[in-house]
Write a protein that binds this ligand. Structure first.
Ligand SMILES: Nc1ncnc2c1ncn2[C@@H]1O[C@H](COP(=O)(O)OP(=O)(O)OP(=O)(O)O)[C@@H](O)[C@H]1O
Ligand SMILES: [Mg+2]
Length: 254
């Protein structure tokens, strides 16, 4: 598990040029422990930029970001992206091993265990091109968990999948996460998905400010068929619609 601290974070692309674009505007939040946090917001509001800054891929303009292991020391990060990003010329097993520090017996056993958890134990020798998109995404999830990250970062991992496959993967993700004690930051524009999976939803508004930080206090495992889940989904969706209306209202009145 990890301790993530984001303080007064700002990001401007093209600062000082005619194309200057302030994408994140004084963002602050803390996450620690076995917590599943969703970051939700409309397209272009800076969700991926925020993840890229947290993971160190992108610089920030001002403010502070720190990720440490629970109990101190540098944190190990794992990633799952929208597309699985598997190397097509490597088998599933070799794709999983590629991101591991060691090829010892314990590592191989761990890789097999996570492949098994996503239901792909029999597919270790297959190549990505021989798997469906959903199966490839499951390999991507297993690969991220198998590096045993303190912080797992996921950027819309199910958005390219059909609704039924995505629902199955959300259930698997919940089950693996419950056993694995990791801190997860999960980006999605899908409020329904965010309520099903997370303990907390941070809503970003266009212009890159936090609009709301909503605790989701529902028992797990959560089922889409549970009326309490459906009610909270409708409520959070209504709040987001109000946000969108409030943010776009001045533009309409011009
Ligand atoms: N490398 C870059 N250079 C310049 N501008 C960028 C760069 N990356 C992102 N942006 C801009 O930052 C803004 C936020 O982009 P970002 O990808 O973070 O949005 P997002 O919330 O993840 O959207 P989506 O839901 O569509 O994935 C956009 O206006 C985008 O054009
Ligand atoms: Mg994005």
């Amino acid at each position: 598990m990890a301790v993530l601290t984001v303080k007064d974070l700002c990001k401007t692309f093209g600062a000082g040029t005619a194309r200057s674009n302030r994408v994140l505007d004084h963002i602050s939040f803390d996450v620690s422990g076995q917590v599943f946090v969703a970051i939700v917001g409309p397209s272009g509001c800076g969700k991926s930029t925020l993840l890229n800054i947290i993971s160190g891929v992108e610089d920030h303009t001002s403010g502070d970001v720190s990720v440490t292991r629970d109990g101190g020391g540098p944190a190990r990060l794992g990633y799952v992206f929208q597309d699985p990003r598997l190397l097509p010329w490597r088998s599933v097993h070799r794709n999983m091993m590629y991101v591991q520090d060691s090829a010892d017996e314990a590592t191989r056993a761990r890789v097999e265990r996570y492949l098994d958890m996503v239901g792909l134990a029999a597919y270790g020798d297959y190549f990505p091109g021989q798997l469906s998109g959903g199966m490839q995404q499951r390999v991507g999830i297993a690969r991220a968990f198998a590096v045993e990250p303190d912080l797992l970062i996921m950027d819309e991992p199910f958005s390219h999948l059909d609704a039924i496959t995505a629902r199955g993967l959300r259930a698997q993700l919940q089950a693996i996460w419950a056993q694995s004690r990791k801190t997860v930051v999960f980006v999605t524009h899908d409020v329904v998905e965010a309520v099903e999976l997370s303990d907390r939803i941070i809503v970003l508004q266009p212009g890159g400010r936090i609009f709301e930080d909503i605790p989701i206090d529902l028992p797990r495992p959560r089922r889409q068929s549970d009326p309490a889940v459906a009610m909270l989904q409708a409520e959070v969706l209504a709040r987001l619609e109000r946000m969108t209306a409030a943010v776009t209202a001045p533009a309409r009145s011009m």
